[in-house]
Each structure stands twice: as C-alpha cells, then as structure tokens.
Design a protein around this ligand. Structure first.
Ligand SMILES: O=C[C@H](O)[C@H](O)[C@H](O)COP(=O)(O)O
Length: 219
C-alpha cells in the first residue's frame, strides 16, 4: 500500500466516530483531506463542520458541507486531524502544513481529539520532524535566538504566511524528552503564537494506518 492509501484508510475509518446531528471539528493536511471526502458522504446527517484552515474550509464548502465560525459553537464532540509525528503517549508534532494555531484552538474546544495518521508518523521520541513554531513576523530573529538557546536549529520557512498572517520557524535538532515542558517553554516566549507540540492536550484516540489494516489506540 502507498502512504496515500494508508492515509485514505484512516481518513475513512474516522467516519465511525461522527455522530448524526453534530458539528464536526476538521483538521488540515493530506490525511484530513481524505476525512473530508468521507464526511461528504454523510453531509445530510450532520449539522456541519468547524475548520482549522482556509484550505480545509474551501474543500468542505466545495463538497457542500456547511462551515461554522468556531465562536458560534459551544459543543464539539470530536476533532479529527492528522499529525507529523505521534508518540506512544499520544503526544504529537503538528504544523507541517502551517495550520498549527487554528488546529490547536479547535482541538481545545473538542471533547475528543482523533488523530489519523499513517504508520510512518509513529515515533518513540518526538523531534525527528522539525518542530513548527508560528511567530509574529517582527519577533522572528528574537525567537530564533531563544530557540537556539534551547538546543534547536530554527529554519525560517520561506514563502509561507500562515492563515493568521504570521511566519513559521521549523526547529531542527531536537530530541523532545519532555514534550509538555517544552510546549510551555516555547509558548511562553514573547512573539510566539503557538508551538506545534500537542503534548499537554494530546490525542484521545489514534487511528494508525498500517499495511495490515487500521490500528486503533485509545488513551
Ligand atoms: O499543519 C498541518 C497539520 O498539522 C497536518 O495535520 C500535519 O502536517 C499532517 O499532514 P499530512 O496529513 O498531510 O501528513
């Protein structure tokens, strides 16, 4: 099976967590795109979606799924999204597609975070994938210097502006042994909007695509 077939398998497997009559939290990226395709097949049974990016909003609307402003929603049962890495504690690195901040906001509102990922995303220790950090543009150099002090090698993601008008620093050379502590430390730097570590609030359920089928891990 190709990596995309594994992504498709988990995207469609997540459909079983969608309850009729609800608003569904929808993530961003190539795996989440498969989930949106699956969601479109039950669009008349759900109320709609809240989205974590302009790209997902466009796809949802193109498939006829109503998209709500998160501020209109009090209750979100599930948030379904991919990840760049996931560890055995269900903590993740996200933001390879630059959508980390809105993803973290929608995930915070949801009761359950359902992570959909192909098996290549499973790691024992987070950090092989460069850690994305969304930064307000005027703070770029300052935050980069602070990230070097933390042992990282930050790289400015050229030609990328987030949906919120900010820039991304991708931090290489990290071996993240305490993800919750690093999440708090980086989030506390002035100028940082969000770090792409989803540690304090990790996933509740992970659907992992393997050549032998979809593996379900629950907290
Ligand atoms: O900003 C992007 C998101 O965090 C994605 O969920 C993550 O990068 C995984 O993307 P993909 O499903 O395309 O591998």
């Amino acid at each position: 099976m190709t990596q995309d077939e594994l992504k498709k398998a988990v995207g469609w497997a997540a459909l079983k967590y969608v309850q009729p009559g609800t608003v569904v939290g929808v993530g961003t990226g190539s795996t989440a795109a498969h989930f949106i395709d699956a969601l479109a097949t039950v669009k008349h049974q759900i109320e709609g979606a809240v989205s974590s990016s302009e790209a997902s909003t466009l796809k949802l609307k193109a498939l006829g799924i109503p998209v709500f402003d998160l501020n209109e929603i009090d209750d979100l049962a599930i948030y379904v999204d991919g990840a760049d890495e996931i560890n055995p504690q269900m903590q993740m690195i996200k933001g390879g597609g630059a959508a980390l901040t809105r993803e973290k906001i929608v995930a915070a509102v949801a009761d359950k975070f359902i992570c959909i990922a192909d098996a290549s995303k499973e790691v024992d220790v987070l950090g092989r994938f460069p850690l994305p950090v969304e930064v307000i543009p005027m703070a770029r150099a300052y935050v980069a210097r602070e990230l070097v002090k933390l042992g990282g090698l930050p790289e400015y993601r050229q030609h990328v502006v987030t949906d919120n008008g900010n820039i991304i620093l991708d931090v290489h050379n990290l071996r993240i042994l305490d993800p919750s502590a690093l999440e708090k430390t980086i989030n506390a730097l002035p100028g940082v909007v969000t770090v792409g570590l989803f540690a304090t609030r990790g996933a509740d359920i992970a659907l992992i695509g393997t050549p032998d089928g979809v593996k379900t891990i629950e907290k």
